[in-house]
Design a protein around this ligand. Structure first.
Ligand code: L34
Length: 289
């Protein structure tokens, strides 16, 4: 017997979120006579980063958030990048700062993320914001993990008491998602298994998942045999291949087994961007208070 999973439409959910945010932005501007402003810093010309930053700026425009693009050459020195960040930290017009990753090899990313004012750190990558998240008192939720939680919520998928299996332990997705899903909070309370490249017998873990999160960056890595029938499968992968953009999940076959599944594109990606807008508005609210 084959079933077909319900596709979770991240593009549509992000759109709904943006129209809610647009109203909140109008209200914010009326109350504060200030327009929320995001400064995006793009170093070099990574083609994927170009696309993501363009999508982020377009989304800002849609909801009435101002955006600045700070373009720096691929051979920019660490010092020059840190100087630019220091300037943005001081600029009262700027509420959110985003330094698009990955950065070129001559740059020490940890030092860069450490230099961003935590109050403007709308990615929530600064160690202080990571620490607050770990301790259950987040200032901002990191955009991609928050986007995933929001997709689950809007789809009516309960996390409490469920077994969530996260595949991938990156600082920007897997690690924070594992923390959020296991947190004592309405979007958490799941039992979490965090798997990675050194996990033995990975499929034995993924097959236990009520909620399976694929965030390893390997095209179509999760196959039908790794999925429990009826599971919710969230695909965080955005892999650029000769065949185009593909996720970490073999969509067609997994959709025959899963209960719910996110597509790539049109799943988690648009949600990441919607959450960035939310964080920028939150940053503006906190800074203008
Ligand atoms: N600092 N660096 C920083 N913050 C982030 O939150 C990110 N990330 C990741 C890469 N580096 C970062 C993103 O923004 C990944 N990411 C991201 C953002 C948007 C999309 C995908 C990844 C996105 O818009 N995805 C579309 C397809 C776009 C395309 O055609 O490539 C989608 O529908 O999935």
């Amino acid at each position: 017997m084959t079933t077909t999973a319900q596709t979770i439409d991240g593009k549509q959910i992000a759109k709904e979120l943006r129209s809610e945010l647009a109203e909140e932005v109008i209200e914010f501007i009326q109350n504060n006579s200030v327009v929320p402003c995001l400064a995006a810093v793009l170093v070099g010309e990574d083609p994927a980063s170009e696309v993501y930053v363009r999508n982020k700026r377009r989304a800002c425009e849609h909801v009435g958030i101002e955006s600045q693009l700070h373009r720096l050459a691929a051979d920019t020195s660490q010092d020059d990048l840190l100087k630019r960040i220091a300037k943005l930290n001081k600029d009262e017009k700027v509420h959110g700062i985003l330094v698009q990753l990955p950065l070129p090899p001559q740059i020490d990313s940890d030092q860069v993320l450490l230099a961003i004012s935590p109050a403007k750190d709308v990615d929530a990558f600064h160690p202080m914001n990571v620490g607050r998240l770990l301790q259950g008192n987040p200032r901002f939720l990191p955009c991609t993990p928050h986007g995933v939680l929001h997709l689950l919520k809007r789809t009516g998928i309960e996390t409490a008491g469920k077994h969530a299996v996260v595949v991938g332990r990156s600082d920007i997705v897997g690690k924070p998602l594992a923390i959020l899903l296991s947190a004592k909070s309405p979007s958490g309370n799941a039992t979490v298994t965090l798997c990675h490249s050194r996990t033995a017998d990975l499929a034995s873990h993924t097959r236990q998942a009520d909620i399976l999160i694929a965030a390893i960056g390997i095209p179509e890595f999760i196959t039908a045999g790794m999925v429990k029938p009826g599971a919710t499968v969230i695909d965080v992968g955005v892999n650029r291949t000769d065949a185009g953009l593909v996720g970490d999940v073999a969509f067609d076959e997994v959709a025959q087994v899963a209960g719910h599944i996110t597509p790539v594109p049109g799943g988690v990606g648009p949600m990441t961007i919607a959450m960035l807008l939310l964080n920028t508005l939150e940053a503006a609210r906190a800074l203008e208070r």
